[in-house]
Design a protein around this ligand. Sequence first.
Ligand SMILES: NC(=O)c1ccc[n+]([C@@H]2O[C@H](COP(=O)([O-])OP(=O)(O)OC[C@H]3O[C@@H](n4cnc5c(N)ncnc54)[C@H](O)[C@@H]3O)[C@@H](O)[C@H]2O)c1
Ligand SMILES: N[C@H](CO)Cc1c[nH]c[nH+]1
Ligand SMILES: [Zn+2]
Length: 431
Amino acid sequence: MNIKRLNTQKAGFDAELKALLAFETAQDDSIDQVVANILKDIKARGDAAVLEYTNRFDKTGATSLAELEIPQAELQAALASLPAAQREALQAAADRVRSYHEKQVMQSWQYTEADGTLLGQQVTALDRVGLYVPGGKAAYPSSVLMNAIPAKVAGVQELIMVVPTPNGEKNPLVLAAAAVCGVTRVFCIGGAQAVGALAYGTETVPQVDKIVGPGNAYVAAAKRRVFGVVGIDMVAGPSEILVISDGQSNPDWTAMDLFSQAEHDELAQAILLSPSAEFLDQVQASIARQVTDMPRQEIIRTSLQNRGALIQVKDLDEAAEICNYIAPEHLELSMDDALAFSKKVKHAGAIFMGRDTCEALGDYCAGPNHVLPTSRTARFSSPLGVYDFQKRSSLIMVSSEGAQKLGKIAATLAYGEGLQAHARSAEYRLK
Ligand SMILES: NC(=O)c1ccc[n+]([C@@H]2O[C@H](COP(=O)([O-])OP(=O)(O)OC[C@H]3O[C@@H](n4cnc5c(N)ncnc54)[C@H](O)[C@@H]3O)[C@@H](O)[C@H]2O)c1
Ligand SMILES: N[C@H](CO)Cc1c[nH]c[nH+]1
Ligand SMILES: [Zn+2]
């Protein structure tokens, strides 16, 4: 397979790395235009438009949107009829994800100043959220857990889940995961039309306050466009993995770790950094050998050939610098004392440390969330978490004594801004 080999010591490396990380903007523009039209139509025609697009893109053959809602009884039945091993794995993953997220709960706080003035922050949960669970090229029961559990832990009352069901085929594990998490309503819709339905509300789909969850380029473009009407968690793109190896890792394990994200999407990105040219050769050979066994080998090949790279670095310190530039969604540190090395990492969605910690464990059951910032956005954003489903109100209760001190300061500044009503309002409280 023709996977790029780069070397930081060769001229032009910086430009090559930049090109590797860049997205095809022309494609983004055309997708964005399609999405803009779909959203406009959903806003104008509600259920009828959602139904039309769903039948066009997902071939469900439904005759009404109500038909695309999955009743609670069907979710519970899916859970009850799962093979025991799957039900137990789902439950074990859910328990671990819940325990981890319970540590994230933000609490209200307040303090009282000497003159009796109380200040603080009151934390409340969002009322109703939309959970996007992807379903075009693969089914993602794990994404149901990762979206729904932090919302539940935060105390959100209504969880409205959307998931596309291509050809009307429902995935029993996805339905069972919704039952395990206590999702309120589930609709078999996806793409921009599902995002539009949640953002604007239709006759059948309730309007939500915030939409979270990963999806393809259509979903990402739609979330970007409805932001402001509703909140969003982040604009997550195709999956990514960056592996940094000291050269002592097992090449077959490393190749498979790269495949694990490449197999999500032709646009997924898998990159390996190592100071050892010999190790990079071994991984390259392993990729060529192992890919032929993979059921999703076409997706893996396209992803690795177009967006993958094996990069030789001077040393591990240089690898840390490049990692901070890439700001990957997932970072695997395959080396001795990975914990010490992790202190050099400033930008990564999730850091997997040590040779036994493959990224796939984090996708399903380690505990932390798998909805993570992609496309270098880990420079400024964080994993999906309980905090995404909570918000803060400031608390201010000024004592009579406090009003004397603050009133003078406020009035002085208000006159300075030319805002007389502000000033007098503060002065009325002065004794
Ligand atoms: N970051 C994460 O946590 C995470 C988790 C799971 C999956 N993912 C990513 O999510 C993505 C899932 O993508 P997917 O495609 O499998 O499912 P998806 O649910 O995101 O998208 C399917 C929908 O895309 C729309 N669509 C497809 N082609 C279209 C077209 N030509 N015009 C208009 N709309 C169109 C359809 O409405 C369809 O329902 C992948 O990139 C995967 O890597 C990320
Ligand atoms: N790796 C994906 C996030 O980028 C999440 C996932 C779900 N299932 C398997 N993987
Ligand atoms: Zn994955």
